[in-house]
Design a protein around this ligand. Sequence first.
Ligand code: PLP
Length: 398
Amino acid sequence: MLSRKIKAALEGSSAIRAMFVEGKELAAKVGAENVFDFSLGNPATPAPEKVNQVIKDLLDGTDPLTLHGYMSNSGYEDVREAIADNLNGRFGTNFTWKNIVMTVGAAGGLNIVFKAVLDPGDEVIVFAPFFGEYRSYAANFDASVVAVKPDYETFQPDMEAFEAAFTEKTKAVLINTPNNPTGVIYSDETMRKLAGILEKKEKEYKKEIYLISDEPYRELVYDGAEENFITKYYKDTIVGYSFSKSLSLPGERIGYIAVPDEASGSQELLAGIEVANRTLGFVNAPSLMQKAVAGCIGEKTNLEFYDKNRKDLYEGLKKLGFTCIKPQGAFYLWVKSPVEDEAEFVAAAKKYNLILVKGSAFGCGGYVRLAYCIPNEKILRSLNAFAKLAEEYGLTQG
Ligand code: PLP
């Protein structure tokens, strides 16, 4: 009854969602307050107050036929202009509204870019560990991802492996920094090397190879790290952004794609992305949310909330003897499993009501991911449960 593609998708169904469901089941048994659910990247700090105010003002003060109507498939021109101006002011770019396409979150944005550039059999290079849904997005267009291993010390991409991953079929390279699941920010050196290799490969294969930068965590950076903007490294860059995390609006499905004029075939690319938005059935990004984000353009999420969680969890787990990568951005902690098979470790953690996600869901076994976008008191209480887990594995107490 089901299509072959969706059957395959069901079989490989998201490990993150699966753990989220397990967390819910456990909560029904032992009480939600006793479950430490680190599975889902669902922000636990609300949208800035201004978001609701702007939405109320829009509802009260705008002609409903305009506010709830169709518009261009790429979105409202004034909204796109507001986003372009904001990016230009912050990053020295020269976007106009024509360079911006409003999307149904980052997921919608990546799918329309893939639809616009990928043919069946094409390959997209990604860097392990990576957001597992990239596989499904590529499969939607009968393309596939080719994963490049990390440098296991720093979790920056391994450049030799990157260079070796290109084939005739490589159409795009997809990066995500600050990274889900490691929290690592790709360094300036990494970005320069990556761009250098891409330029070389464009010449070698005599075609454009796009760098797609998936940036839902762009503003979630700690310890004074600078927000980066990737178009400055490589001209054939397509930026995908989402307000899901930066304004705590994941259920509202709003984001954008930015294509700079310098990118090869930028006009054609923008036209293709716009058509893809329509033909994939998104039609346009939600109208009210487009207007809402434009009205909240300078607003920021509660970064201190995540930073406190980050410090408490990272320091707490290190003290217990766990090996963790220090997150520089986003809201995830990447922890080495004390045993090779991290599925066993995830199962052991569940005994203490700790819900973690297997690294293999991100193309990188032997590790687990903890989403620390949960209330701080839960982080603090979870450390007792982690202490029992550490004891079970005989980790040294520091
Ligand atoms: N890309 C990455 C790296 C993510 O972590 C997520 C969500 O967690 C997405 C894309 C999808 O984001 P959105 O909710 O904007 O579709």
